[in-house]
Ligand binder design. Structure first.
Ligand SMILES: O=P(O)(O)OC[C@H]1O[C@H](OP(=O)(O)OP(=O)(O)O)[C@H](O)[C@@H]1O
Ligand SMILES: O=c1cc[nH]c(=O)[nH]1
Length: 198
């Protein structure tokens, strides 16, 4: 039986991460990406960072990818390639979700062939967006490997997909929503948990 001393299994609706929290989490993820890049080709002069491409999934994965790249450059002095991949036409739930405007797909000049692509998104939930992103990548090139970085993993996967880099694991109920706001898209950095109807 649950006692009052046990921690709540679901977050109380409200603010989950503040602006300072988001900055701290992004910095931690940037460090993890630097470490991972170094394992691609041990001893590479640039720490493997020239092999790394961060590909953001619109909407908020795109600015998140750019932020991670900026922090990696701030920590190492090495610029990292960034891109975006629109997944709209690759979704398996297009009919349910309705039509939405396409976002740009922009890849670095060096492309993604034979490189370590890290897909970046703000929230991982069912995994259907990531599945669509993997299909989109297939039309864009053949990376050496593809990994996944998400700011928030809220569980409830419907596909066998997991993230390699997770900013924060947040156990949620299905009825809740995790809303990531970023200054680039929303004017503020914060992560909120709301009930679906809010
Ligand atoms: O794992 P999933 O169930 O696919 O959910 C996660 C996706 O949902 C949100 O995007 P959404 O499609 O709502 O569009 P947005 O990024 O434009 O807000 C979020 O940004 C992720 O991309
Ligand atoms: O809670 C959720 C589920 C999907 N996508 C989000 O951004 N939040």
């Amino acid at each position: 039986m649950a006692s009052s001393a046990e921690p709540a299994r679901e977050p109380v609706p409200g603010a989950l991460l503040s602006s300072a929290d988001v900055a701290r989490v992004v910095d931690r993820m940037a460090h993890q990406l630097i470490e991972r890049a170094a394992t691609i080709e041990p001893g590479a002069p640039d720490g493997g960072l020239s092999d790394l491409v961060l590909v953001g999934i619109p909407t908020r994965g795109a600015p998140l990818a750019r932020r991670l790249a900026a922090r990696i450059e701030a920590f190492t002095g090495t610029a990292v390639d960034v891109g975006t991949a629109d997944i709209t036409l690759y979704r398996d739930d297009l009919r349910r979700r309705g039509v939405r405007a396409l976002e740009p797909t922009v890849l670095p000049d060096a492309g993604i062939d034979d490189r370590l692509v890290v897909l970046v998104d703000d929230v991982l939930f069912s995994g259907r967006s990531v599945r669509a992103a993997l299909d989109a990548l297939r039309d864009l090139g053949r990376p050496r490997s593809v990994q996944l970085a998400v700011l928030v993993d809220r569980g409830h996967r419907e596909l066998p997909i997991r993230a390699d880099f997770v900013g924060k694991n947040v156990p949620t109920s299905r009825s809740q929503q995790v809303r990531v706001h970023l200054t680039e898209t929303d004017g503020v950095d914060e992560v909120l948990v709301t009930e679906a109807a809010e």
